[in-house]
Design a protein around this ligand. Structure first.
Ligand SMILES: Cc1cc2nc3c(=O)[nH]c(=O)nc-3n(C[C@H](O)[C@H](O)[C@H](O)COP(=O)(O)OP(=O)(O)OC[C@H]3O[C@@H](n4cnc5c(N)ncnc54)[C@H](O)[C@@H]3O)c2cc1C
Length: 303
């Protein structure tokens, strides 16, 4: 593996793609957790993404895509092979009621562009700290809105080909899309919005941001809701009913403010978070019979 990494790094140098070796993932995740990625690549355009993928395949390195790292829990042992981080693929523009955004663009910035152009529909997403690609992958949603309601088409790299997927072909469900089944790199997304009133759009965003600040432990690193919402219930309520508010393992804690969030209280490791998650699942199941399922994506080397 070591010699393959060295050869892949040499090949990347020749392409001019920005990359680093042994990059700590704790610096690229909202949880502030994660060991080193062997090779951490930051392509700036589609050509650089396809080159990076070619190099990964040629030197037999597994590759992992990340956007803004706000829904991932990375192993303390790091990530084997190549991490393709799309934060530098972050352009976006409007065309009438359409917005076209590269996958690494932050939802918050795209939502502000919509507000400036009096386009309504993206208010719900303004406070979700993810990238456009990560949000489509997860079918992110909040306050009654979901990505699937505003996405018109997605351009993705799939089986070495660039393909366009219309929304109806994406199997969007609660926190799921065909992209979350693996094998795709989302390159850009076209959103379809509606004409609205700028002041009303901004007021709605402000109101939702206030609700987030009141309810969520935004002062601590986390990956947002740790678990998916079980049908007819709320993960936070079930965790609270199991008496686990404030329960901790090492530096990982069930937030006192919102039991649906596992937070990094300071120095938490991936192992701490995973063992807390297992404890929560077991206790909630024992008390309520509900099997919680993780929303956060666990990536990297297995211990
Ligand atoms: C404080 C806080 C609040 C949050 N609130 C919400 C909320 O209200 N609603 C909600 O739905 N989520 C919420 N989240 C979770 C998270 O922000 C969303 O899931 C977001 O959409 C993830 O985007 P990302 O770019 O950070 O993805 P990442 O965390 O980087 O990646 C998530 C998954 O998507 C894959 N991925 C990312 N980009 C691509 C791409 N371009 N192509 C292919 N695969 C890709 C990754 O491989 C990974 O499996 C919250 C998180 C935090 C920390």
């Amino acid at each position: 593996m070591c010699s393959m990494i060295k050869e892949a790094a040499d090949a990347l140098v020749r392409t001019g793609i920005k990359f680093s070796e042994n990059e700590l993932m704790s610096g690229h995740t909202s949880f502030k957790i994660g060991g080193a990625a062997d090779v951490f690549v930051c392509p700036e355009n589609v050509m650089q993404i396809t080159r990076a993928v070619e190099i990964a395949k040629k030197y037999e390195l597994p590759f992992t895509v990340i956007g803004n790292g706000s829904n991932v829990l990375v192993s303390d042992l790091g990530i084997e092979g190549m991490v393709i981080c799309l934060e530098r693929m972050n352009g976006f523009e409007t065309d009438g009621c359409s917005v076209i955004a590269e996958s690494g663009a932050l939802l918050s910035k795209v939502a502000m562009l919509c507000a400036r152009n009096s386009l309504t529909g993206m208010e719900f997403a303004a406070g979700i700290p993810g990238s456009v690609g990560g949000a489509v992958y997860m079918n992110a949603g909040a306050y009654g809105g979901e990505m699937k309601n505003i996405v018109k088409s997605i351009t993705a790299l799939h089986n070495d080909k660039i393909e366009v997927f219309l929304t109806e072909k994406c199997d969007f469900k609660y926190r799921h899309s065909i992209f979350s089944d693996g094998g795709y790199i989302i390159l850009s997304v076209e959103f379809e919005l509606k004409n609205g009133n700028e002041n009303e759009i901004r007021a709605q965003m402000k109101e939702l941001a206030m609700r987030r600040r009141e309810k969520q432990p935004l002062e601590y690193p986390s990956a947002g809701s740790t678990f998916k919402r079980p049908e007819g219930n709320f993960a936070g309520t079930l965790i609270q009913q199991a008496g686990l508010k404030g329960y901790s393992v090492g530096g990982a804690q069930v937030s006192e403010k919102h039991a649906g969030f596992v937070i990094n209280k300071g120095g938490a490791t991936c192992a701490d978070v995973l063992s807390l998650i297992e404890h929560i699942k077991a206790e909630v199941f024992r008390i309520s019979g509900v099997a919680l399922e993780e929303e956060v994506r666990v990536v990297g080397k297995k211990a």
